[in-house]
Design a protein around this ligand. Sequence first.
Ligand code: ATP
Ligand code: MG
Length: 249
Amino acid sequence: MTQQIPIIEVNDVSMRFNMAKEQVTDLKEFFMKLLHGGLKFEEFFALKHVNLKVMPGEVYGLIGLNGSGKSTLLKVIAGVFKPSQGKADVRGSIAPLIELGAGFDMELTARENIYLNGAVLGLSPKYIDERFEDIVEFSELRNFLDVPMKNYSSGMVARIAFAIATCTKPDILLADEILAVGDFLFQEKCERRMKDLMSGGTTVIFVSHDIKQIERICTKAIWLEKGVVKMDGEITAVCEEYKKTRREE
Ligand SMILES: Nc1ncnc2c1ncn2[C@@H]1O[C@H](COP(=O)(O)OP(=O)(O)OP(=O)(O)O)[C@@H](O)[C@H]1O
Ligand SMILES: [Mg+2]
């Protein structure tokens, strides 16, 4: 029997942030205090000894309350953050849909940004040329292509971002609440496209506060609580436990 190798392997990852203990009202005060050693920082761990193994083709839901470390974990996996301790190994190409608008220059038009964001994802202009129609078609924003993206609504930004990230067949798709800002029609469309990618073997980690959506899309789930893995396993088991704590509140 061939033993499968995890496509994502998070090994004892901790992520420490320094948080200012006192409030400063402006940048000048901040630098003055920093210069004179008056600014106190407190260490804060957004992730504590997190372990996770994701096998190729698995679709993981990442759940937990606000501030539990979900986005931080995705950023560690995407290589945006270097963990303070431990490491994250990734064996494949990543399409990150983590921070809405990251990889876009809001002063530029959507047409220009499709190429710019493509370049950020490592896609050549020629590759984008070939998929430009598909991206525009999927986003349903043909009439807004030459409008600067600063005039887009958050849902419109999400449409373009999702269309670009999924025009390739990434090995791994990291999606952080990306569907939350889309209307229900776009959400349905994104779900269909995610399912297409999944049937083609793409591994997905999907963050959402919509548990029904998580249950519909994912096969497994990991639940973070204050930076610690509270549970990791089959989708129904994890979601049932998570829902129980909500009822107890
Ligand atoms: N760059 C940063 N600097 C300092 N603290 C940070 C930074 N990024 C995240 N944090 C802190 O880490 C903790 C976890 O944040 P994170 O964004 O990962 O939570 P989350 O689970 O994604 O929450 P939400 O459901 O609200 O999106 C929070 O307390 C947050 O304030
Ligand atoms: Mg988040």
